[in-house]
Ligand binder design. Structure first.
Ligand SMILES: *Cc1c(COP(=O)(O)O)cnc(C)c1O
Length: 349
């Protein structure tokens, strides 16, 4: 039987134009992000490359930028004036949504839940408040719906955690297409495996659909960084299907599910808890000029390194999702940790 996977990319693209790419009214990306080879010891004839989404935007990069281009555009198209979102205190997603949402003229409300305290988390929450977020502290996930309902006025657009709805994932369908163009232009070899962090799932879902549309050979290895892993994986699989439908790919395509392999052995104690392998990978990346974090990118790069050392003849692409922009301009005039409202400080556990 002929499956959607056999449909030439051009035919699929006809649907994309109609159903899911409405055009971006709020462009945030500053061109394609660069790709370069990393000089590290690997198994024979294996190479590791990096896709620098840390450089997606000058003021604040990382993977939330591509998602927000489409989310802000959808919110505008629906005539919404306010964004309501959710995240752990110090969330990259909440910071990015506040920065880019406010710049686009939206009021931004964020319901915040606790997360382990680190310097990184503290800087992010201080920058978030400085950027003008209205924050609603919630002592637990159980109380989140109540806070969200209160913030959801008629002119509000709900942005799920991590910006992982179909609109957000579409940003990563485009990212895979950007990679295909770069491969065709000879900027890097066609990857056999692409390693990306799996948190709320929008990044992996969009990439899986985009790789399928472009009929690239790469397997997407989604390194699970959020617990419980089963729920993280189920959410990503569901969003992948929804995104595939929006993009005009068959939602039950077996090829699409084979496309993604979830790697759950780098999670450690859970979301936000550092692991030894992650810390070692961060140190190794730092020698190569890449700054990674404990929560997402350290664990993901650890997965890529372990694979690169165990498998010969592989072209591996590590997709870097952490902003490398300096927070300094965003912290100018921001509250310090001691000046944080008590209800926010209590979320730093
Ligand atoms: C949010 C985030 C991720 C996870 O991406 P999802 O689309 O939520 O799975 C990965 N890396 C960093 C640095 C992030 O901030």
């Amino acid at each position: 039987m002929r499956t959607q996977g056999d449909v030439p990319a051009k035919a699929v693209m006809g649907n994309l134009g109609k159903d899911c790419f409405h055009g971006v009214s709020h462009p945030l990306m500053e061109g394609s992000t660069p790709i370069s080879r990393l000089d590290i010891a690997c198994a024979a004839s294996t190479e590791v490359w990096v896709k620098r989404d840390d450089l997606s935007a000058a003021s604040y990069g990382g993977n939330k930028v591509r998602k927000l281009e489409h989310i802000l555009s959808e919110a505008s198209r629906l005539g919404k004036k306010r964004l309501v979102t959710i995240g752990a205190v110090g969330s990259h997603h909440v910071l990015a949504t506040t920065l880019f949402g406010r710049a686009a003229g939206f009021e931004v409300h964020a319901v915040l839940v606790p997360q382990p305290r680190s310097e990184h988390v503290v800087s992010d929450i201080c920058a978030t408040l400085n950027a003008g977020a209205h924050v609603h502290p919630s002592a637990s996930w159980a109380a989140v719906p109540w806070h969200v309902m209160r913030a959801m006025t008629r002119d509000a657009y709900f942005v799920p955690p991590g910006g992982s709805n179909v609109a957000g994932a579409v940003g990563y369908v485009s990212a895979a297409r950007e990679l295909a163009v770069q491969v065709r232009a000879g900027e890097c070899p066609e990857p056999d495996a692409i390693f990306v962090a799996l948190g709320s799932g929008g990044t992996a879902a969009g990439l899986a659909v985009g790789l399928e549309i472009e009929q690239m050979k790469a397997q997407l290895v989604a390194v699970c960084v959020a617990d419980p892993a089963w729920a993280t994986i189920a959410g990503m699989r569901l969003l992948t299907r929804q995104t595939a439908v929006a993009a005009g790919l068959a939602s039950d395509s077996e090829a699409l599910s084979r496309r993604v392999r979830v790697e759950a052995s780098f999670l450690g104690r859970g979301y936000g808890h550092a692991t030894a392998a992650g810390v070692a990978a961060i140190a190794e990346a730092s020698k190569l000029g890449l700054t990674l974090d404990d929560t997402y990118t350290g664990k993901t790069f650890a997965g890529a390194l372990a694979y690169a050392r165990a498998n010969a003849n592989q072209q591996i692409l590590y997709w870097n999702t952490l902003s490398s922009a300096s927070l300094e301009p965003l912290l100018r005039g921001a509250p310090t940790e001691r000046e944080l409202p008590e209800a926010i400080a209590r979320l730093l556990v």
